[in-house]
Design a protein around this ligand. Sequence first.
Ligand code: SF4
Length: 90
Amino acid sequence: MTKPYAAGGAYISRMSTYCKGCAYDPKLRTGERACPFTTLYWDFLDRHKETFVKNHRMSQQVFGLNKLKDVPELKLRAEQVLNGLSEGTI
Ligand code: SF4
């Protein structure tokens, strides 16, 4: 495998019909309506960006991450999502 097989909600939405009628918005990564997959995808990239930046197949994603202006809000939402998953509330 040359890159991680990970995706956010936008990809799931594009490749399926699961997102129709979902309470979450696959395009959002922050806020109460943010899709957990989208939030955790960007959080995953951020946590491993030092590794991914060395992989030419991931450099575009890391470049996109570095352009985000809402990383603090993203990290907060990721923590909420992970806690919610642990507690069974998400
Ligand atoms: S949680 Fe996200 S990926 Fe899953 S159905 Fe809802 S919007 Fe789509």
